[in-house]
Design a binder for this molecule. Sequence first.
Ligand code: NDP
Length: 405
Amino acid sequence: MNTILIVGAGGVSSVTAHKCAQLPQVFHKIHLASRTLSKCHLVAASVRQRTGREISTHHLDADNLDESILLLRTLRPDLLLNLALPYQNLTLMEACLATGTSYLDTANYEPREIARFEYKWQWQYHERFRKQNLCALLGSGFDPGVTNVFTSFAAKHYFDEIVELDIVDVNGGENTESFATNFNSEINIREVSAVCRHWENGQFVESPSFSTHRTFSCPEGIGDFEIYRMYHEELESLTEAYPSLRRAQFWMSFSPTYLRNLKVLSNVGMTGIQPVDYREKSVVPLQFLKSLLPDPGSLGESTTGKTCIGCIIRGTKEEEHRTIYIYNSCSHESSFAETGSQAVSYTTGIPAMIGAKLMLQGRWFEAGVWNMEHFDPDPFMEDLNTLGLPWSIEEHDPFLKANRP
Ligand code: NDP
């Protein structure tokens, strides 16, 4: 019997719980644990109402190693899905090693006190997982996650050599909030404010955040958006996996309103991550700001429009130059109708479920710590098509607008 433990009860976790519950033949027993037990109850009630399945709920502070080990020893899951925050990754990996549990997450570890996210901390666990015949799958969300799989699928089927990669993440959604982030606001603001890094001729090159941008025309009439180059974690693993890459860049769309608000908040110190003293209390400004911003999990009802995330890959096939664009577009409204969550949670929660499914089926299981591009992309791509995130491939370069068919 396959038993999973999902940790965290936010937007992404809620989608994963719903989608796992839709596959009783794979996910026989589902446990959900988080810091705020009442949020687990809300997810469980929604899953019951939508799928008729029961999931069991538990309290867990995943920053506490002993508590995490005790819960894993009690529940004895085959796999832990860490859908809490990147701060918890190392504690939960330690707890998995202590209890013989395999591990999956959607975002790489970052220490609370430095806004720097790198795989090096988690890659160091490779030998320990390998020796215990456990598998850890890192970054099984959309980006990272599906973007890694799109790249490995292209490398496997469309190219002899890939030379350039542009990952483009557009959220064409709109809602009634004047300033909101579409996933955990503390993590989101840390990520978008970081110094930009992109891969150029064998090394990462730094530039100020938001300093490079361009207009991007999405397919399917989704519209034109201003996209900004920024650092994103899959660049680290993909440039290792594909040393032929001469350039690799990540781009994300931001609205002028979002950027204006972020600038003001940053100028007045509200995005700071170092504690400040306020009336004899120590307060981290960004954590206080998070408490004022809308909960991304609550945005589903009011969000309209689509996300459009994909990879533009350039390279050679039989000595001819070739460019392809692989993407998925996802409607906020239909995501909400199915799971009660907006499309950013939906597009992250489904790949987490698919990664877990393939691990439990043994199709993506190898002892050690792995990023998504390590495994055969084909079963993952098949599951994306049938389990909620169908993709399309166009043979042209969307950065050359005149080229669009
Ligand atoms: P939310 O803030 O909505 O949810 C996070 C959940 O984790 C909350 O339920 C929170 O509990 C819980 N949590 C936080 N700290 C602890 C702890 N110490 N112990 C137990 N539970 C804890 O975030 P999202 O659902 O938006 O994002 C979840 C993860 O997905 C993040 O790591 C994010 O970076 C990642 N992500 C990845 C993407 C991808 O494409 N790869 C895209 C979007 C997100 P509480 O309610 O008490 O705060």
